[in-house]
Design a protein around this ligand. Structure first.
Ligand code: MG
Length: 369
């Protein structure tokens, strides 16, 4: 099988309401998504999506994905999309780094491999059946009262696991936020306090030794070394997120005891193939995981849920679904991994099981043959 055509689509995905991270330091109102449709000489096609969460969340840039694909496309035409390691080696040779550029291509190739094999992607990743994955809410920064209100709204939709965004410049406000949310949580509910790298190490150590919670604390500081300094001096388990890009980052984090778990986001690490390698490493050392994407429509969410569903249950925590924050849905409502009473289940159709609607995507912004 050979890749004969790569079509690229761009779609702005407006958020239903503004979203704040890091104590309000970062604000988001829409995200810029790139969809890729790869066609083959055997009549099978595959879909992928790459969608950073705005331009400020990570060194990942929506328009940069399309620029990167323009560079990569001539080297991918004629290659076998089912040879996923080879496809990734070609991309890494022709464009070192820039991992977020590659995930949409890699995702579309997994879709093709599944369609070719007649198997859903979760099964190609090792799962015997489509295990439902608990969903994780994402609670925008505010006061503890306003955040508990959002947690209550999520609870009504079945969410029992919540990611509360904290981490401002006012230490006392963060201590109040964390203690207030922990005290107000309904029985049977869990919370992770996600700092989104907002604190300096000394702030993180001060806040985390002052609060009562023993819940997960996520990415307290910018770099892996800083998070390691914090992880060795606080009583809470630490979840790594933004600072983890390469496989080597995960090895370093493990060797230096920088955390107890990791968020695996295919777009951040370069696609499902690399996310799967990291997932297997995390299983081998007993790290807990949230597996979800950086952002995007139900297509990107569904791809991540295929991977999460194939993760051993005792290590897989829950997955956030980006598409519930958006006012545009290019995926038919009866397709993809959707929240049903607090769980998302990957489709059992061959491939990813999702076919975006062309009338929503519009005309391709680039076609490579
Ligand atoms: Mg996070």
């Amino acid at each position: 099988m050979k890749i004969t055509k790569i079509e690229v689509f761009q779609l702005d995905l407006p958020l239903t309401k503004p979203y704040y991270l890091s104590g309000g330091r970062l604000k988001f109102e829409k995200i810029d998504s790139t969809f890729v449709r790869i066609e083959t000489d055997e009549g099978i096609h595959g879909w992928g999506e790459g969608c950073p969460w705005g331009h400020t969340y990570l060194p990942a840039h929506g328009p940069g994905i399309r620029a990167g694909i323009e560079t990569l496309a001539p080297f991918l035409i004629g290659e076998n999309p089912c040879a996923l390691r080879h496809i990734n080696r070609v991309m890494d040779t022709q464009l070192p780094g820039h991992e977020y550029v590659k995930s949409a291509i890699d995702m579309a190739c997994w879709d093709i491999l599944g369609k070719q094999a007649g198997l859903p992607v979760y099964m190609l990743m090792g799962a015997p059946e489509p295990t439902p994955v608990p969903v994780l809410s994402s609670i925008s920064t505010g006061t503890s009262e306003s955040m508990l209100e959002l947690i209550g709204e999520a609870a009504e939709k079945g969410y029992k696991d919540h990611s509360a965004k904290v981490g401002g410049t006012d230490i006392e406000a963060d201590i109040e936020r964390i203690n207030g949310i922990e005290a107000g949580l309904q029985p049977g509910h869990k919370v992770t306090f996600d700092v989104n790298r907002a604190w300096e190490p000394c702030t993180a150590i001060a806040v985390l030794n002052a609060v009562k919670t023993r819940s997960w604390i996520e990415q307290p500081c910018e770099t892996l070394d800083q998070v390691g300094v914090v992880a060795r001096r606080v009583p809470q388990p630490i979840l790594l997120d933004e600072c983890m890009t390469t496989y080597q980052d995960h090895l370093e984090a493990w060797k230096n005891e920088c955390g107890n778990g990791v968020k695996i986001k295919p777009n951040r690490v370069g696609g499902l193939t690399k996310a799967l390698q990291i997932r297997d490493f995390a299983v081998s050392i007993g790290w807990h995981m949230n597996i979800e994407d950086l952002g995007g429509s139900c297509l990107a969410d569904t791809a991540a849920i295929h991977l999460a569903s194939s993760c051993p249950n005792d290590l897989n925590m829950s997955s956030w679904l980006s598409h519930y924050h958006l006012s545009v849905d290019p995926i038919p409502a009866n397709q993809g991994a959707r929240n049903v009473n607090g769980f998302a289940t990957p489709p059992s159709l061959p491939g990813l099981g999702v076919e975006p609607m062309l009338d929503v995507l519009g005309n391709p912004v680039a076609v490579y043959v």
